[in-house]
Design a protein around this ligand. Structure first.
Ligand code: GTA
Length: 329
């Protein structure tokens, strides 16, 4: 019998005991049906397009699998070209259908061979109502959160409503994605794991996206950082840059290294993206460069408990309702 997850994804963000998970991704009879990796979209029934980004060539779809009650969010994204795959695209195997031919100008519809025709697929299954809100197109509003707003409005809300971070514990305990780890410093205070972000398919370095997840538990976000965390932050910056240079030959001057505020997952992590890649969440209302964070804490040890931080909230975001209730938006 399939295990039914709570409709609400909420889980306390502190002091939770990580649940057990298998390291090899295999499943057993007792596992819920959704624990098995998908091999196709057989039986998928689309309910709604939640969001659509023609510029990024991605679409966010809400759906279900026939015969199962859990809902899913599927993200489909066309992948960039790379130097390695271009020879396959520009070969006799790519069939061309002429759309327009005028003097020296031509437009065609091309059907390239399978190896260059892949799409990136991300699936959240079972998806909760909070995931549907997160991936839906909505009006956004800029909020100016003071230190007091954080303590009085945001923090109590987070403690009750944050997204599950079981996936983070699975990585830190080498129960999942261990084969993908690029670098690990196991120190309990200053250590971290650097690995490819879920959004990167590792096919080409021009959209490189890695995350460094700290080993230390209990640092929820930028707001919790003080000068006490400077050794941790310096360590992530230095060793993260070195590891990326060594493994992907990308120098520090080609990396954008930042934290999100607000993040979606309240266990401290740092994003490393290629400077040429316009990754989601790099706008001034969300991304905080790690080098700036370090400098702010060096100048003022409790900077982030005092600083007013701006971020966007979406119309259906419960936190926006809390800010409205408090007359802060
Ligand atoms: N390796 O299991 C995981 C995993 N999960 C569950 C999340 N991440 C994971 N990485 C690994 N394994 O960059 C990654 C996320 C994200 C980071 C958490 O951890 O990909 P954050 O806490 O600051 O949260 O970072 P963030 O950035 O909001 O999360 P997310 O999911 O990236 O959403 C941000 C927005 O980006 C979304 O609202 C959506 O508009 C867009 N987006 C999300 N996923 C995709 C996608 N696959 N393709 C395109 N756009 C996307």
């Amino acid at each position: 019998m399939a295990e039914k997850r709570k409709a609400d994804d909420a889980e306390p963000i502190t002091a939770q005991e990580p649940k057990k998970a298998k390291s090899d991704g295999t499943t057993t009879q007792e596992d819920p049906h959704w624990a098995t990796p998908l091999s196709s979209f057989q039986g998928f029934e689309m309910i709604k397009i939640l969001n659509d980004h023609p510029k990024n060539k991605s679409v966010f779809v809400h759906g279900k699998f026939r015969g199962h009650e859990e809902e899913a969010v599927v993200i489909l994204e066309k992948t960039p070209f790379s130097e390695e795959t271009l020879p396959f695209a520009l070969s006799g195997e790519t069939k061309l259908k002429v759309g327009l031919k005028n003097d020296i100008y031509g437009n065609y519809h091309g059907t390239p061979p399978a190896q260059v025709n892949g799409i990136k697929v991300s699936v959240v299954y079972p998806a909760t109502p909070k995931h549907l809100v997160k991936y839906s197109q909505q009006q956004t509003y800029l909020v100016q959160e003071t230190g007091d707003d954080y303590r009085n409005i945001t923090l109590p809300f987070l403690q009750a409503e944050a997204f599950r971070i079981q996936w983070v514990y699975n990585i830190l305990e080498h129960k999942q994605e261990s084969e993908r780890i690029v670098f690990e410093d196991p120190d309990k205070e200053t250590g971290f794991i650097l690995l490819p972000d879920m959004k990167w398919d590792l096919k080409q370095v021009n959209d490189l996206y890695l995350i460094a997840i700290v080993h230390k538990h209990g640092i929820k976000s930028l707001r919790d950082l003080t000068a006490e965390h400077l050794p941790l932050l310096h360590n992530i910056l230095k060793k993260g840059q070195e590891a990326i240079q060594e493994k992907f030959s990308i120098p520090p001057c080609k990396l954008r290294i930042y934290l999100h505020y607000q993040p979606s997952y309240y266990h401290l992590h740092v994003h490393f993206t290629h400077l040429n890649f316009d990754a989601p969440g790099t706008g001034v209302e969300r991304a905080h460069l790690l080098s700036d964070v370090i400098e702010h804490l060096e100048i003022m040890p409790d900077y982030y408990s005092k600083k007013t931080l701006a971020f966007c909230l979406r119309e259906n975001d419960q936190l926006l309702a809390e800010f409205r209730k408090a007359g802060r938006v």
